[in-house]
Design a protein around this ligand. Structure first.
Ligand code: FAD
Ligand code: NAD
Length: 467
């Protein structure tokens, strides 16, 4: 079969690229080594983690906030097996949805490992060892990433686990020791802390979610402490060992003194690394970067081999599903002769804890480092009528704007529904709105979004109305 485009990998980068190629009239195939489509995001990432976050949040509210609303419950308990079963059903519904979309768009799906024979020939090797050859004009590599490991620490996938195992545990951990206070650690740590686990976070840096605006990490840590999570910041893990059902994690504290924690599970969440195993990149003369194992691409996301593109987690930039999707669309349109563009500064980042954390644009630390003159406007949710009604009083919206032009340069929020609210900031910044622009636009009352308007008013002339 001769194709215009073959996409290798069916995560959010790959399947979106395939659909956009098909929409543009290109004869397209997608190759996926697993039996289900959707990649990390749908199978062992975004979707299952959010399903468990939602379930555990319902339980937590029933246990801790319903009484305050005047709702009485007897015999409240967790059926963890059902929670995991529901998560699996949510994943199945999503992955079959992608299979449906492939059919609808007349995209051929080939199951097996895709590898280069040459730049126009891809071999698909099935699980039973049989292989087929497909030829194509263009290839899009969308093979994603896998969890990073620590060289001195063996992940046995039973007691010392990655996010993949943490999404399918058979029991609620009694004490979950978490290595890494980044996005995965805090999301999955929240799930189990809400379900009653003791959760200890060991983080190398001096704050959690260290790549985001520092104010967000500080507030999130304060709230997660209320949930019972404990934090060891600036601590360096040195090893972990398993004896029966017990895991011992050893680490050095800030003064270099040796410490240890014992738990029944240890989740290693220290980042992810690009995945190119079995692709046969050497057959087309491509190598990967030493650090991060990423494939190098130019501004059109084309590799040094003409007609071979790469997108998503396997290339530079944030490892986010929506970034992979945007890149899939971009490459499809470039192949079709269009001139698309992505503003990487305006890709939002979200942490789905409660309260949610969301941000877009520059952090205060980045603006300081770049010597940009900026002003700040903040508004706390405790002053929002909507947040008072729902009882979600933690968090704030912080807007950073250029001191001279008032253009919004960054928006950083932690609070109820921040993951959805950040969309307003993205639209505003795409259109290069000023803080005053947003503060003059009507925001429905009472909504959490009023906090965004108030933060913009605070940034404009320090004239927030409700504080
Ligand atoms: P992937 O989704 O990793 O897909 C790559 C696919 O390629 C896989 O299916 C793989 O099997 C296949 N493949 C690899 N090699 C071959 C080969 N040689 N032949 C055939 N197939 C191959 N991001 C967000 O934006 N929001 C979130 O809420 C979020 N939550 C996450 C939660 C967790 C626990 C994890 C682990 C990640 C989360 N992410 C989230 C990150 C997100 O999942 C990734 O950024 C995204 O999946 C990257 O998409 P991708 O298409 O580049 O690769
Ligand atoms: P991360 O980069 O978010 O966090 C890893 C954390 O581990 C960092 O804070 C780092 O300082 C720390 N760390 C590294 N080495 C350490 C060590 N030896 N000891 C202690 N701490 C150490 O990575 P992650 O949480 O594993 O997530 C991986 C990727 O998946 C991220 O890039 C993220 O974008 C993506 N993801 C996104 C979402 C989302 O969008 N909501 C959710 C989950 C995952």
């Amino acid at each position: 079969m001769q194709y215009d485009v073959i996409v290798i990998g069916s995560g959010p980068g790959g399947y979106v690229a395939a659909i956009r190629c098909a929409q543009l009239g290109l004869k397209t195939a997608i190759i996926e080594k697993y039996n289900t489509l959707g990649g990390t995001c749908l199978n062992v990432g975004c979707i299952p983690s959010k399903a468990l976050l939602d379930s555990s949040e319902h339980y937590h509210n029933a246990a801790h906030t319903f009484a305050g609303h005047g709702i009485k419950l007897d015999n409240l308990g967790v059926d963890f097996g059902q929670m995991i079963k529901r998560k699996t059903e949510v994943v199945d519904a999503n992955t079959s949805g992608i299979a449906f979309l492939m059919k609808k768009n007349k995209i051929d799906v080939h199951t097996g490992v895709g590898s280069f024979k040459d730049k126009n020939t891809i071999i698909v090797t099935k699980a039973d060892g049989t292989a087929a050859e497909l030829t194509t004009t263009n290839v899009i590599i969308a093979t994603g990433s896998k969890p990073s490991a620590l060289p001195f620490l063996k992940i046995d996938k039973k007691r010392i686990i990655t996010s993949t195992e943490a999404l399918s545990l058979k029991e609620i951990p009694k004490h979950l020791v978490l290595i890494g206070g980044g996005v995965i650690g805090l999301e999955l740590g929240s799930v189990y802390a809400r379900l009653g686990s003791k959760v200890s976070v060991i983080e190398f840096m001096d704050g959690i979610i260290p790549t985001m605006d520092k104010a967000l990490g500080r507030e999130l840590q304060r709230v997660l402490k209320k949930l019972g999570m404990e934090f060891y910041l600036g601590h360096k893990v040195t090893g972990a060992s398993v004896k029966g059902k017990e895991v011992t994690v050893t680490f050095d504290d800030t003064k270099g003194e040796k410490k240890e924690l014992k738990g029944d599970y240890c989740l290693v969440a220290v980042g992810r690394i690009a995945y190119t195993d079995g692709l046969g990149l050497d057959k087309i003369g491509l190598t990967v970067e030493e650090r991060g194992r990423k494939i190098t691409v130019d501004e059109h996301l084309e590799t040094s081999v003409k007609g071979v593109y790469a997108i998503g987690d396997v290339i530079k930039g944030a490892m986010l599903a929506h970034k992979a999707e945007d890149e899939g669309t971009l490459v499809a349109e470039i192949i079709a002769g269009q001139k698309p563009h992505i503003d990487y500064n305006l890709i939002p980042g979200v942490v789905y804890t409660w309260p949610e954390v969301a941000a877009v644009g520059q952090t205060e630390e980045q603006l300081k480092a770049a010597g940009v003159a900026y002003k700040t406007g903040s508004f706390p949710f405790r002053a929002s009528g909507r947040a008072r009604a729902s009882g979600d009083l933690d968090g704030f919206v912080k807007v950073l704007a250029d001191v001279t032009t008032d253009e919004i340069l960054g928006v950083h929020m932690i609070g109820p529904r921040a993951a959805d609210m950040i969309a307003e900031a993205v639209v505003a910044m795409e259109y290069r709105a000023s803080a005053e622009d947003i503060s003059r636009m009507s925001h429905a009352h009472p909504t959490y979004t009023e906090a965004m308007r108030e933060a913009c008013l605070a940034a404009t002339e320090n004239r927030a109305i409700h504080m």
